[in-house]
Design a protein around this ligand. Sequence first.
Ligand code: PHE
Length: 344
Amino acid sequence: MNDRLAGIRQEILSGIEQHAESRAAAFELRKQFLDSKTGKIGRMMKEMKNIAPEERAVFGKSINELKEWAQQKFSELDERLKAKELERRYESEKIDVTMPAQCVETGNLHPVTQIRNQLMDIFVGMGFEVAQTREIEKDYYNFEALNIPKDHPARDMQDTFYLSPEFLLATQTSAAQIHTMEKKKPPIKIVAAPGKVFRSDDDATHSPMFHQMEGLVVDERITLCDLKGMLELFAKKIFGEETTTRLRPSYFPFTEPSVEVDVSCFSCGGKGCRLCKGTGWIELLGAGIVNRKVLENCGIDPDRYSGLAFGIGLDRAAMLKYGVNNVKLLFESDLRVLRQINDN
Ligand code: PHE
């Protein structure tokens, strides 16, 4: 009898030693001994009834001891395996918090787009609507309707890429004035973009493709004062509160009078530096009072209405604002340059 119990004890010990690698295997092993119906210890309990009554108490006590001992062994084993499993899991889920983070590259808008968005925001804030410009124009819209007839010397100011005698690559965004006034009657207050224009011109400050933004206001009693006041406000917003503007007489066939608008140099504050070539002023845009002939060409009565128009070079504004000294840098897609200009 005692031999049998000792045998089972031995079986359990060697079972635990040999195949209890996982909690599932340990559970199976436990069942072989401790299952109340099929387990070896359980089955011995059932043999009680075949045992002589005077031996029963001792027998029962021994089996109970064995049972308790086995339960103890298996629960120790389970604890051990549980700890081991946890350790394995920690090991497999371990992360090295000192590893350098993976760098996620985010792009930014092109400097010219950034400037364009900023200008649009300012003008929209002043109540302007946004119109579209075209890259391909008819000679009529780009020149004739703007009071630049064929053989007019002003055509020489803008070396034009002709696609055919009738069609050309827009040399200026001013055609947007005509398109707008043909469709809409005063009051008119628009800025036109995206403003891609083309001229056969190529050096450090000129690119054959560049960008302008056109502005047009037509209503009763619009004067040069409106133009000056509005552009001054605009200049302060884009280049800083201390910026002032001045108007210089100029010539454009579609405006009369015509002006060139300068802003006080925002680099030296007007004292004179390399950026403003010692003058204290920086040329920013062309503007003027819309020529009566242009209003007439669009069927607007010049005795009742007057207008102001302006055209801003976006690439020039971006170069000034971001300190880019060669316009080519804006169009070479060099990430070293583009990454530095993030002004959103
Ligand atoms: N279109 C002119 C240019 O390209 C700029 C301009 C626009 C001037 C509107 C006056 C009015 O130089």
